[in-house]
Design a protein. Structure first.
Length: 121
């Protein structure tokens, strides 16, 4: 996946909004202005990525079991080998920001699709 597109997915997950001029608002907590998608740093900065991970972990653990099961089906082989509780701890034990970023994009895309489809979460 393209870095800018992946970062946009995470930004939407974090509550950012894009206007018609391709300016993004509320990308990071405390932002007062706008940012351009090319300037997002989720892929290269732990200071950007860790808040997204923390939000994902908290949201995931509070979702109803049947909705969590849907997400975990896409990681079925991993879960069978390592167990459910290790899914998010694996993120925390990654050695590169790139591998964590890819996992975060996967989760954010899944969660954003749930929200867009208005699943009762």
């Amino acid at each position: 996946m393209d870095t800018i597109e992946g970062n946009k997915i995470i930004a939407i997950f974090m509550g950012a909004h894009e206007n018609p001029e391709n300016r993004w608002y509320n990308v990071r907590k405390g932002d007062n202005g706008y940012r351009l998608a090319k300037d997002f740093e989720y892929h290269s900065s732990w200071d950007w990525l860790i808040p997204a991970h923390n939000k994902a972990r908290e949201l995931f653990l509070n979702l109803p079991k049947e909705i969590r099961r849907d997400f975990l089906q896409s990681y079925k082989t991993y879960i069978e080998s390592h167990g459910f509780h290790n899914f998010f701890s694996t993120f925390e034990n990654q050695y590169t920001i790139s591998s964590c970023w890819h996992k975060m994009v996967d989760f954010a895309k899944w969660y954003n699709d749930l929200s867009i489809n208005k699943v009762n979460i």
